[in-house]
Design a binder for this molecule. Structure first.
Ligand SMILES: Cc1cc2nc3c(=O)[nH]c(=O)nc-3n(C[C@H](O)[C@H](O)[C@H](O)COP(=O)(O)OP(=O)(O)OC[C@H]3O[C@@H](n4cnc5c(N)ncnc54)[C@H](O)[C@@H]3O)c2cc1C
Length: 381
């Protein structure tokens, strides 16, 4: 079949590679003219790493990222809220902190070398149209309108802000997002460490490979202008007070810090006619559980394995629904204007770790294998 794929972030290139290797012809559209490896660190889970192994990219990303053994979260006063080790799930298991740019570079290089994939950069796809001959994509290329040839199937992987959504999808910008910056030193090797001051302040350090870390600071989207106006020094003091080991001196100008907003995209299904949705375009969620890129990679694998698009939607339902729901429920406990939630979190979450069942559920959620409250899948081989 001839496939058109919209979006060259995570899900798009992964799907392009797997479909081409299954014998399909693929055209990949990316709106950026010269895509560059940029972006904050992300945490890849064993589920996402399994897809990268299938793509033949595992050794490459392992070499660029840093193995993450634990997730640890404490209040400003030092009370433990989260302390989960991948080894608690299975000995030898780990996550991988990696710059999004390094993951992107690995996927793009592979796509560029894949004979069955044609890449069309600088193409912003604005609409799809189902015609008797196939699905036609329309949009802009160098400010000029273009219309594609008809495709047998189309996959939309345009990310959280994509303009083409599944039927019935609800898109809600989350009021909070994150400031992030990169520092080239690593005070907490192997650990994704977070600190919280009620629900309105959170800082996190994610080791991201090659001796660097990505630092995240929780901020309301509508407070961004006030943050800029207040100047860097006041903020740097606040960060250092909450987590002294943050290498805040790496920030010299406001341009060193980037704001990333969050979106919730909830959809009843991820296919319509001959079109299918992958990744954030169909199910964006806050990154509190660190699953978005992993789900996007697993979408690509499921698409390549599904005999038809309805089977794909069915195959993705349980896991995506669980993480989408869990992110919406849990995020306000860590990033919200509801500080009233913090005392319950701080009182209960730490002691609950001593209860084996709770610990197991939390670790399974981190690993990425939950498909329901009482269900989990195996990590793909
Ligand atoms: C601050 C932050 C931290 C995060 N941390 C984690 C983490 O630790 N772990 C994790 O798994 N996930 C994390 N995520 C989520 C993760 O980044 C996303 O879930 C993942 O990138 C989704 O992949 P995607 O392929 O769906 O979309 P994207 O990676 O966003 O790619 C979309 C691509 O489509 C292109 N595009 C968009 N519109 C069009 C169009 N109309 N025409 C053509 N091209 C188009 C874009 O240019 C882009 O290249 C985080 C997100 C944020 C914001």
């Amino acid at each position: 079949m001839r496939w058109g794929i919209v979006g060259g972030g995570t899900a798009g290139p992964a799907a392009a590679l797997l479909l081409a290797r299954a014998g399909h012809e693929v055209v990949l559209y990316e709106r950026v003219e010269n895509p560059l490896p940029v972006g904050a660190g992300i945490l890849l889970q064993p589920t996402g790493l399994a897809v990268l192994r299938r793509l033949g990219l595992l050794q490459r990303v392992l070499a660029r990222g840093e193995r993450i053994e634990r997730l640890s979260g404490h209040t400003a006063g030092g009370r433990m809220v989260l302390d989960l080790g991948y080894a608690d799930f299975r000995e030898g298991l780990h996550g991988l902190g990696i710059h999004r740019g390094a993951l992107f570079a690995a996927l793009w290089e592979a796509v560029g070398a894949e004979p069955g994939v044609e890449v069309r950069t600088g193409h912003t796809v604005e609409a799809r149209e189902e015609t008797p001959a196939g699905v036609v994509l329309r949009g802009l290329h160098s400010d000029q309108p273009f219309t594609s040839e008809p495709f047998d199937r189309v996959a939309i992987a345009g990310g959280a802000r994509c303009g083409i959504r599944p039927p019935g999808a609800r898109v809600t910008p989350y009021p909070w997002g994150a400031l992030w910056f990169v520092a080239h030193e690593n005070p907490r090797p192997g650990v994704l460490a977070q600190r919280y001051r009620d629900t309105r302040r959170m800082v996190g350090i994610l080791p991201s490979g090659e001796g660097s870390v990505s630092v995240f600071w929780s901020l309301r989207a509508d407070a961004l202008e006030a943050w800029k106006a207040a100047g860097l020094d006041a903020w740097k003091r606040e960060v250092a007070a909450l987590m002294p080991e943050v290498p805040i001196h790496a920030v010299r100008t406001p341009e060193d810090v980037i704001f990333a907003p969050y979106f919730d995209v909830v959809s009843p299904t991820w296919h319509d006619g001959r079109t299918v949705w992958l990744g954030d375009a169909g199910h964006a969620m806050s990154p509190q559980l660190g699953q978005g890129a992993n789900l996007a990679l697993q979408d690509a694998a499921a698409l390549a394995d599904s005999p038809d698009l309805a089977s794909y939607s069915r195959a993705r339902t349980d896991q995506v629904r669980f993480y989408s729901f869990a992110s919406r429920v849990l995020t306000p406990f860590f990033q919200s204007s509801l500080p009233i939630l913090a005392p319950a979190r701080d009182l209960v979450a730490g002691p609950l770790h001593a209860w084996g069942w709770y610990r197991r559920q939390m670790v399974a959620s981190l690993v990425g294998v939950k498909t329901g409250f009482f269900r989990e899948m195996a990590i793909p081989e």
